[in-house]
Design a protein around this ligand. Structure first.
Ligand SMILES: [Zn+2]
Length: 247
């Protein structure tokens, strides 16, 4: 059953795994190569506040401390420097900070991207709703340069990100797929800036960037990693564990 759904998801994301397998591999790789157990890890995530992400969150992630919630709509790290600093000071001294960040996107069991069937509903709904909303506004020319209003600050921020990549999104074969990639790059850029400006009183900072994929209610969730780096805070050295993750 799961394999069939994974095949559907892999039409879009060829290296995706179920999120259950993703978290198993993450924790096993960290333990094997860095010698740290889950209870030595302070976990922060920057994911969309959509309830489906809470419903489909992989349970084993709770073996780590946290999660501290960095994200707002579509996973942009709206908690900012204050958020990053807060959990940096909650980490076990001999442990590591694990920051998982990802925009999310729905894929139905028919392989339709950008929507899902939710529990108790017979019609599909948008996923990520914020990304689809911003994309709709981009297509109809409704996004005004510089328009960020405190009433809808997070949504307006996503609109501006899409506006700044308008040509690329409009030219794409699948616009919501491309907009999600644009969102990933914007989140990744911002996380890197926040990490550079934060002091962590522990051994490692581990950065995991991904696309989080929500399936229909019976499908569960999936994840395609795009970055799995660790920074040794003593030496400043940075390495990738992506090859080890896929072993
Ligand atoms: Zn969302």
């Amino acid at each position: 059953m799961n394999n069939q759904h994974l095949d559907t998801v892999r039409q879009w994301y060829p290296n995706a795994l179920t999120s259950i397998e993703t978290i198993d591999r993450l924790l096993d790789t960290i333990e094997k190569y860095l010698g740290l157990k889950p209870e030595q890890l302070m976990h922060a995530d920057s994911m969309c506040c959509d309830d489906v992400n809470a419903i489909q969150y992989p349970p084993r992630a709770y073996q780590m401390l946290g999660p501290f919630k960095m994200g707002g709509l579509n996973g942009y790290p709206f908690a900012g420097l204050t958020g990053m600093n807060a959990f940096a000071h909650h980490v076990p001294e001999n442990g590591a900070v694990v920051v998982f960040y990802a925009p999310h996107i729905g894929i139905t069991n028919q392989g339709v991207i950008g929507e899902i069937s939710r529990i108790g509903q017979h019609v599909n709904s948008a996923c990520c709703g914020a990304a689809k909303g911003a994309l709709g506004k981009l297509l109809s020319g409704q996004i005004i340069e510089g328009n960020i209003n405190s009433l809808d600050f997070q949504m307006n921020t996503i609109e501006q990100i899409f506006l700044h990549h308008k040509e690329r999104i409009l030219a794409a074969q699948n616009q919501i797929f491309e907009a999600t990639q644009v969102m990933y790059e914007a989140i990744d850029d911002r996380i890197e800036v926040l990490v550079k400006q934060t002091h962590y009183p522990c051994k490692y900072v581990i950065l995991v960037g991904a696309i989080f994929i929500n399936g229909d209610k019976e499908m569960g969730s999936f994840c395609q990693y795009k970055k799995f780096d660790y920074i040794n805070l003593e030496s400043g050295e940075r390495n990738s564990l992506m090859t080890e993750y896929y072993l």
